[in-house]
Design a protein around this ligand. Structure first.
Ligand code: TXA
Ligand code: MG
Length: 320
């Protein structure tokens, strides 16, 4: 836990309209006071993100959601009780006249109560909502350590709160609660199976079929390192490695589970899918730092956290 003076300083900066990067259990966020449209506009500028792509408003409790949401459907309440604080974002109808810039002008608002103690302390100290996208440049790899934020945005933020490496490592699950049935817009730290167990119904994965505001996480190429990401099936690994070697590419194998013995360098993500999620973004950054041209990898199975990991890898591999 960070000293209280640092948290107080960060809260003061936010209240003055400055930007503060802070840790959450998923990834680091680039925060601005949610009700300060000018500060929020700077978030879009610093990130290089189109202004119509809405931000998530972080709050400290379900009660605080009432300030931003016009209504909270029953399913949303059940999900909030089950998974907050935690890696879940709910899209709700927006209350008129609040957080218009953060919502990108749309009629809905995304809200989340994060679990990271530093995020919670910061929210308590400001006593207001904090709008925050992931603290990276638009389209690139999300930050899971304070040094990632400094490398990406260092001079553009007033302060970076260092809360250590993020526990979950992939972003929150976004659930749209504005339709007849809740649906997943982005798989993330809370699994589809957990949502379904809570609600007692099947929850559709809508992903890029998002009808309302266009979500950057749903563009073909996103979460992408400089290196090309090449997804192959497990039986194609040897062939892909041979092809890369023959064409003179500097290739690295990103291995989920037990790393196979191969003729190129390997970055291992650890044994379980939780390890893969936690280490994924740092591994993609490492591939760039070590100067690889190509990252060869396979997708985990589409279950549990594997759905979010497969989604991020697929987007990192999307057409540029
Ligand atoms: O884990 C996370 O969710 C992290 C941490 C910092 O909380 N935040 C994050 O923010 O990933 P960002 O901006 O990188 O991604 C937020 C996603 C975007 O794809 C955005 O389009 C979508 O949420 N979004 C925000 N408001 C929305 C809305 N009203 N309707 C649909 N999608 C929305
Ligand atoms: Mg992002």
């Amino acid at each position: 836990m960070l000293p209280e003076t640092l948290i107080a300083q960060a809260a003061t900066l936010l209240r003055r309209g400055e930007l503060v990067a802070f840790p959450t259990e998923t990834v680091y966020g680039l925060g601005a006071l949610a009700d300060d449209d000018r500060a929020v506009a700077r978030v879009f500028t610093v990130k290089g993100r189109p202004a119509a792509h809405p931000l998530i408003v972080h709050v400290d409790s379900l009660a605080a959601v009432e300030r931003y949401a016009a209504s909270i459907p029953d399913e949303a309440r059940r999900l909030a009780h089950a998974f907050w604080p935690g890696p879940l974002t709910l899209v709700l109808p927006r209350r008129d006249g609040v957080a218009a810039a953060a919502a990108g002008g749309h009629a809905t608002i995304a809200v989340r109560v994060p679990a990271h103690p530093v995020a919670r302390a910061l929210l308590a100290a400001v006593g207001a909502g904090i709008a925050a996208p992931s603290a990276n440049r638009f389209g690139s790899v999300s930050p899971t350590r304070a040094e990632h934020v400094l490398a990406d945005l260092g001079s553009d933020v007033a302060m970076v709160l260092d809360g250590g490496p993020c526990e979950v490592g992939v972003e929150s699950t976004i659930v749209d609660c504005t339709g007849a049935l809740p649906s997943i817009l982005r798989p993330g730290g809370v699994t589809r199976e957990e949502l379904e167990r809570c609600l007692g119904v099947a929850v559709a994965l809508r992903g890029h079929e998002l009808a309302g505001p266009s979500a950057p996480g749903t563009l073909p190429s996103h979460y992408a390192p400089r290196a090309i990401v090449r997804i192959v099936s497990p039986i194609e690994i040897e062939t892909a490695i041979e092809a890369a070697r023959r064409s003179g590419e500097r290739a690295v194998l990103l291995a989920i589970g037990a790393p196979p013995v191969v003729a190129i360098p390997v970055i291992g993500l650890g044994a379980g899918i939780e390890d893969a999620a936690r280490g994924l973004y740092a591994a993609l950054r490492e591939a760039d730092d070590r100067g690889f041209d190509v990252v060869i990898t396979t997708l985990p199975i589409d279950a549990g956290l594997g759905l979010a990991v497969a989604d991020r890898l697929s987007k990192a591999a999307g057409p540029r």
